[in-house]
Write a protein that binds this ligand. Structure first.
Ligand code: EPZ
Length: 426
């Protein structure tokens, strides 16, 4: 269990470059399985989740090579058995994209129920609803999901719940199905558009991604392609929130400002100055932020993946804020850790009430999941004194080179290995 040691109260100044979007890359990499040629994916964030999903398809027989700083090539013809390693798959939620990709390519797949962050139940019923509508038989046996179809035929699918994963997974399964598939009540996140653009660049025929109705006309073949992943809106939002928490003036470079609109709007609402450029935003903050209320919603609403980071920020606002989590059943486990910094926050089922304090104090805390870990870093950066954030493996699943990126804009942060020295050496 490794940790970050952070000395707080340093204002942040300078420039930070945003990496490729985790939640696009973890879908695009398995989507390469659908190709009949080699794919080169650029702007891939080098994080644990992309490394793991690439390792899984390499373990299945694909030729996967790292090319330069943030590119990989995938040549999938070596994959003959649509059953990824049980042990590898169980470690990451996004491994469920293997179901859609393998079903779309081989008309069968067998994948262990995915792991991932531990906030509430993470069902896959909408994924299976979509696969069954396309003609697949889905069998759940303990923590193994098996899907199989003699043939896949386009269908009209109306999701009961807006689901990023189910929307992408059904796209993957439908791109080579016979005829037209229509997905209604589809999720609209930027990474869904990115996956659709990737598939279309391979020769797929997908229209409407980014709206709540996506139409997919099945094609026979998908060819290799070179494709660059979009920048990560949540990584960008996390750094924007950190500047608001510490004060300072930072250029957040390599972003798509439109993808940040709800985050930018909320930061402006609480008094943070945001200047938008073509591919960057500048965040300036030199006074105490105001309180606000937040309701997380599917895109284009305020993203749930920014909820913990804003809770940390609002814990030093001038007033009481209310955050309502409308996407996940329970995504406030981190609140107890946040209170160790002296934050005054309480949780009432899907609402967190945060009474702003005029300062936080350093504490030793756990990163309970990826974005909760980011929230702990933000609180530590704002707190007086030294903090220790433990279990940083969660954070490094989704934030590329976060220690150096923060140090380069003035944060006093270092990584510490907490491997306990063995008392009884074997
Ligand atoms: C994706 O998870 C992201 N993960 C999550 O980001 C993000 O929080 C979430 O979308 C919402 O934006 C990846 O992209 C790898 P959902 P996903 O299916 O696809 C319910 C991060 O921090 N639901 O959109 O698993 C579900 O319980 C991670 O990067 C069903 O009921 O989320 C939840 O309440 C954390 N049945 C809601 O829908 C289903 O079959 C949204 O889930 C599927 C989902």
């Amino acid at each position: 269990m490794d940790s970050y040691v952070i000395k707080g109260r340093n204002p942040l100044y300078g420039r930070v470059e945003i990496s490729g979007a985790k939640n696009a890359a973890v879908a695009i990499i398995p989507a390469c399985i659908l190709s009949d040629g080699e794919c080169k994916i650029e702007n891939v964030p080098y994080i644990k989740d992309t490394s793991l999903i690439a390792h899984i398809i390499k373990d299945m027989g694909a030729d996967v090579r790292v090319e330069g700083k943030s590119s990989i090539t995938v040549e999938p013809s070596g994959i003959v058995n649509p059953v990824p390693s049980y042990d590898l798959v169980r470690n990451m939620r996004a491994s469920y994209y293997l179901l859609g990709a393998l079903l779309g390519k081989f008309k069968q797949a067998e994948v262990a129920m995915p792991g991932g962050c531990n906030f509430g139940v993470r069902p896959v019923d909408q994924h299976l609803k979509g696969f069954e509508a396309l003609g697949a038989e889905c069998i759940c046996n303990g923590d193994i999901i098996r899907v199989k179809a003699d043939k896949l035929v386009g269908a009209h699918i109306y999701f009961d719940v807006i689901s990023v994963g189910a929307t992408i997974n059904v796209m993957l399964a439908a791109v080579k199905a016979e005829g037209m598939t229509i997905i209604e009540n589809a999720a609209r996140e930027p990474h869904i558009v990115d996956v659709a653009n990737f598939l279309n660049s391979m020769g797929a025929n997908i229209r409407g991604a980014g709206t709540d109705v996506i139409k997919i006309k099945g094609v026979q073949k998908l060819h290799g392609v070179t494709y660059s992943v979009i920048p990560d809106q949540i990584e960008a939002g996390t750094y924007m929130t950190a500047v608001a928490a510490t004060g300072g003036d930072v250029l957040i470079d390599n972003v798509i400002p439109k993808h940040l609109e709800s985050i930018t709007a909320k930061l402006r609402e609480i008094g943070v100055e945001i200047t938008e450029y073509d591919e960057a935003v500048r965040v300036t903050c030199n006074k105490r932020i105001h309180k606000c209320n937040i309701k997380t919603m599917p895109h284009p609403g305020f993203p749930t993946d920014m909820q913990p980071q804003f809770a940390a920020l609002l814990s030093i606002a001038d007033g009481t804020s209310v955050i309502e989590e409308n996407v996940w059943n329970s995504r406030f486990q981190y609140i107890n850790e946040l209170c160790r910094f002296g934050a005054k926050a309480t949780v009432d089922v899907r609402k967190a009430i945060i009474e702003g304090r005029d300062g936080l104090v350093g504490a030793t805390v756990h990163a309970t999941d990826l974005r909760a870990g980011a929230a702990m870093i933000i609180a530590a950066l704002a707190a007086e004194g030294v903090s220790v954030v433990e279990d940083v493996n969660h954070i490094e699943r989704g934030y590329e080179d976060i220690v150096n990126k923060l140090r380069n804009i003035g944060a006093d942060i270092r990584r510490r290995s907490d491997d306990m020295p063995a008392v009884f050496t074997a």
